[in-house]
Design a protein around this ligand. Structure first.
Ligand code: PRP
Ligand code: MN
Ligand code: MG
Length: 182
């Protein structure tokens, strides 16, 4: 059985650090998109917390939509082959789109998503992510807004899961090796 108390190694980003950074990012987004209608696209399921907390800090009028995607292939890292499980309800023609993600790891998911959404006639498509692991990048992704660059460690919490657990933690922490090694 999992026990959040002993499964975690350390807190990487506290609830307060995340909140403060999201306030800064929202300020930049408000300024950059002033006078435009913005569509926020959250990527299920990891982006749920970031979407909720970032969107609440924006003063712009925004719409929100969601996509669910899945990587083909086994293992814990993505293969780059992505399939859409739930598509957008929104027509992107002429829209300013900001994809909201919890983390860019290999970059394969967002690289695919970015080119997919850019074929749909949007006026612009940009990315906001809370976390990025620069040393894990298999493909470079042009990201407009990054909350924190973090080391290549197994992180959970604030939307991020290990085997679907720990998403509800209000902070981002590293997982103790015993959880995923035995
Ligand atoms: C995780 C994370 C990103 C993606 C990043 O999602 O939320 O969407 O992986 O990995 P990449 O940069 O290597 O492609 P996951 O596929 O685990 O689904 P989830 O959001 O439902 O946890
Ligand atoms: Mn995800
Ligand atoms: Mg996941």
């Amino acid at each position: 059985a999992s026990d959040m108390g002993t499964d975690l190694e350390r807190v990487l980003l506290s609830e307060q650090q995340i909140a403060d950074r999201l306030t800064e990012m929202a300020g930049e987004i408000d300024a950059d998109y002033a006078g435009r209608d913005l569509l926020l696209v959250g990527v299920l399921k990891g982006a749920v917390m970031v979407m909720a907390d970032l969107a609440r800090r924006l003063h712009l009028p925004v719409e929100m939509d969601w996509m669910a995607v899945s990587s083909y292939g086994a293992g814990t890292s993505s293969s780059g082959v992505v399939r859409i499980l739930k598509d957008l309800d929104t027509d992107l023609t002429g829209r300013h789109v900001l994809i909201v993600e919890d983390i860019i790891d290999s970059g394969l998911t967002l690289s695919w998503l970015l080119s997919n959404l850019r074929t749909r006639g949007a006026a612009s498509v940009e990315i906001a992510t809370l976390l990025r692991k620069p040393e894990a990048a298999k493909v470079e992704v042009d990201v407009r807004y990054v909350g924190f660059d973090i080391p290549t460690e197994f992180v959970v919490g604030y939307g991020l899961d290990y085997a679907e657990k720990y998403r509800n933690l209000p902070f981002v922490g590293t997982l103790a090796p015993h959880v995923y090694s035995d």
